[in-house]
Design a binder for this molecule. Structure first.
Ligand code: ADP
Ligand code: ASP
Ligand code: MG
Length: 417
């Protein structure tokens, strides 16, 4: 008997027929003799609709009330799945985040899970029930409902798996993690059999939204075996996870469990980028601190930074922030104008980031150069670059994004035969 956490995303619970399909996947694991907890997302589109209501109610809103509203989609699907399971003769009950409890920090809309006491879920298992848990939500230190940021049900699932000592299977609308987003590189993207936590973490944080970044971080820290697979596979199919860990989809695991290593494992992209240029600042100590200190205080993360120095003692500092932080970044920099002493402040939203990720980059020189050459051959101009041990990212004009992703996918030998 194993302990299993099964997570189903929005497309997988989009309507009653799909929820019945989910119940059949759950039934298969229960019949195999496992103790099962299920984490569900809201129906596809539901969370966006709820966010829309909040924004309609007021352009400036209380984040605690935002969480109250947007967490409701998961309450609906967890209850519905429990009902369908009961109807199939499988004892089950639903849990809201606060009932488990999934304890979190108090940062509404971006809370972090701090603790999940397993006792309630374990006693419910002892009584022979399947636990169906509303994803994305938790309870803050003041007893109010919190949410974990968009895509947060993945993180709920991994955290519950860590608390229960279970494996975690993420069921979604693709049959695994691919070498790039299959929606962009349709036929040529390939499913990856096994990927290391480190590479998955980079891919997720660089834009591959198949897993929320925090979920991969938690899986890595707590050594939760994490598998991404499709909920559209036949629930009764023999494609099941075997004792030796092999099975359908993609296994996210320790680097040393992977025999075959590519130099580049995947290509990720993000349109969630905006560029800010602070022009003609004095080229002297303290200026970068004057720009980035106030941004950090305002909780705005800065990503790619480029500084060009001219001969007359002035410099331009250009950097990127997440698109929905742009307005606040401008406010902060305008407020600090005299202190920083810049001449003009320019911004652009039509930029995108493309990244290559692979553990093999640690031991191979010239990978970034190959990337730049491939892009230049297609006439794609690079506006900024960042690198780390296992990734290189470039900022480009958003109009060239799909071309760049396809070009790099081919250049690094990732195309399916
Ligand atoms: P869910 O609702 O199940 O959480 P998401 O929409 O959040 O599903 O994540 C699945 C989607 O992630 C896929 O439909 C796919 O378009 C996208 N995606 C982006 N990059 C990748 C990748 N490298 N591999 C697989 N899917 C990816
Ligand atoms: N329903 C939430 C969202 O759309 C959480 C999730 O699906 O993971 O962001
Ligand atoms: Mg998701």
């Amino acid at each position: 008997m194993a302990r299993v956490v099964m997570k189903f995303g929005g497309t997988s619970v989009a309507d009653m027929e799909r929820i019945r399909n989910v119940a059949r996947h759950v039934e298969r694991e229960v019949k195999a003799g496992h103790q099962v907890a299920v984490v569900v997302s809201a129906m596809a589109g539901e969370t966006n609709k709820l966010v829309g209501f909040v924004e309609d109610a007021s352009p400036v809103f209380d984040a605690a009330e935002y969480d109250m509203v947007v967490s409701s989609g998961e309450q609906v699907t967890s209850g519905l799945l429990a009902i369908v399971l009961q109807e199939m003769g499988i004892p089950a009950r639903s849990w809201c985040g606060w009932q488990v409890p999934i304890e979190t920090s108090g940062v509404h809309a971006a809370a972090r899970i701090t603790n999940i006491p397993p006792d309630n879920l374990l006693s419910s298992w002892d009584e022979g029930r399947v636990n169906v848990i509303a994803g994305f939500q938790g309870i803050g230190p003041d007893g109010r409902i919190t949410t974990l940021g968009r895509g947060g049900s993945d993180t709920s699932a991994v955290a519950v798996a860590a608390a229960l000592g279970a494996r975690c299977d993420i069921y979604t609308d693709v049959d695994g993690v691919y070498t790039t987003d299959p929606r962009i590189v349709h036929e040529k993207a390939r499913r990856i059999e096994k990927i290391s936590y480190e590479e998955m973490l980079e891919l997720a944080s660089l834009g591959a939204k198949v897993l929320q970044t925090r979920s991969v971080e938690l899986a890595m820290v707590h050594k939760v075996p994490l598998r991404v697979r499709s909920s559209f596979d036949d629930p009764a199919s023999p494609l099941q996870v075997k004792e030796d860990g092999s099975g359908p989809g993609t296994l996210v695991c320790d680097e040393d469990e992977i025999m075959e290593q590519q130099i580049v494992t995947g290509v990720a992209y993000s349109r969630d980028e905006a560029q800010v240029a602070v022009r003609r600042v004095k080229d002297k100590p303290g200026i970068a601190a004057a720009v980035f200190g106030p941004l950090a205080e305002a909780n705005i993360s800065v990503d790619m930074i480029v500084q060009n120095v001219s001969t007359d003692g002035y410099a331009n500092i250009t950097f990127t922030v997440a698109r929905n932080d742009l307005r606040r970044a401008i406010e902060v920099l305008e407020r600090e104008r005299i202190n920083i002493g810049y001449e003009t402040l320019d911004t652009a939203e039509g930029v995108a980031k493309v990244s290559i990720v692979g553990i093999g980059m640690r031991s191979h020189a010239g990978v970034a150069a190959r990337m730049f050459k491939a892009l230049s051959e297609k006439g794609v101009n690079i506006e900024a670059i960042t690198t780390s041990e296992i990734k290189t990212s470039v900022l480009i004009d958003e109009a060239f994004l799909e071309l760049a992703v396809r070009t790099l996918h081919t250049a690094f030998g990732l195309d399916a035969a």
